[in-house]
Design a protein around this ligand. Structure first.
Ligand code: ZN
Length: 290
């Protein structure tokens, strides 16, 4: 099955000793596209550096909602500078997390708004994390309000993005009408191993709702290992470390949910990734660094 991983934190410490092997294994498993998002200034710079070592990998630069309160103006200047790199395909990850609340909501909102402006300015889509506490949907509702206020469904987004998605709901979690509201604004949706967790049962219906050209999958490595990832499978890692090759498990789930063959889903995923993250149609060369 052809695969993409639209969100893998290969800069995380969990990959410190075997990053190159993990990337090679992903390629062997059929992963043809891989996007590495940063979560703060340092990890964003590291993600961009990784694209110089592995030419088929894209980076995203931004500040995670967990880090919203501690990011400085210097950090933000660094993110804006990195955002201009041709191998930076997206802005993020950013978003809202009202579950763990590592940063106060006001700081998260200000951080999100900055990223949405940068996405519109650069024409690079925003990668959005969104989690409410179990059973709640306050973060999802707030996010939709912010996307509307930023003009994502409107003329400004059309000018910056054309028919490409202006944002991606990464590691989708939430009710069907939330997904529908985002889809109405042209947003893409990416599913992770989270779909297998209790409480995420709406994901199946959402997977059937997303138009193929805006449908993505990801691992959110090293987090969110889906069922089937063995314990102790990584050096020095006693738990279940997720890595890009395991995106296959979510890919198979997606094919099952949509009642489509793995070949059809796989080809669609690669096309959707290229449409979302690359300016040029698939088959043409990537932009070179200047
Ligand atoms: Zn992430």
């Amino acid at each position: 099955m052809r695969l993409v991983d639209s969100h893998a934190h290969l800069g995380a410490e969990a990959f410190e000793t075997d990053r190159a092997e993990v990337i090679a294994e992903a390629a062997l498993a059929g992963v043809e596209r891989l996007l590495v998002p940063g979560w703060d200034a340092g990890s964003s710079a590291a993600a961009v550096k990784l694209t110089t070592e592995f030419d088929w990998i894209e980076a995203a630069v931004g500040v995670h909602p967990h880090d919203a309160a501690t990011a400085t103006e210097a950090d933000w200047a660094a993110i804006e500078h990195l955002a201009a790199d041709p191998h930076v395909a997206a802005i993020g990850e950013t978003g809202l997390d009202f579950d763990r609340m590592h940063s106060p909501p006001d700081a998260q909102l200000a951080n999100l708004r900055r990223h949405l402006r940068l996405a519109l300015d650069t024409g690079k889509p925003a990668i959005l994390h969104c989690r409410s506490a179990a059973g709640a949907r306050d973060a999802q509702d707030a996010l939709i309000g912010e996307l509307r206020a930023a003009g994502l469904g409107g003329v400004a987004a059309l000018r910056s993005f054309g028919n490409r998605p202006p944002a991606i709901l990464h590691s989708f979690s939430g009710p069907v009408d939330y997904a529908a509201a985002a889809l109405d604004m042209g947003v893409a949706i990416s599913f992770s191993g989270l779909v297998f967790r209790r409480g995420e049962e709406a994901s199946g219906a959402v997977a059937r709702l997303v138009p193929g050209e805006r449908l993505l999958i990801e691992t959110d490595s090293p987090y969110l290992a889906p069922p089937g990832v063995p314990r102790g499978s990584a050096p020095g890692f006693s738990g279940r470390r997720n890595s890009p090759k395991w995106v296959r498990i979510t890919g198979e789930w997606l094919a099952e949910q949509r009642g489509e063959s793995q070949a059809t889903i796989g080809a669609g995923l690669v096309a959707a990734y290229d449409a979302t993250f690359r300016r040029q149609p698939p088959g043409q060369d990537r932009p070179s660094r200047s």
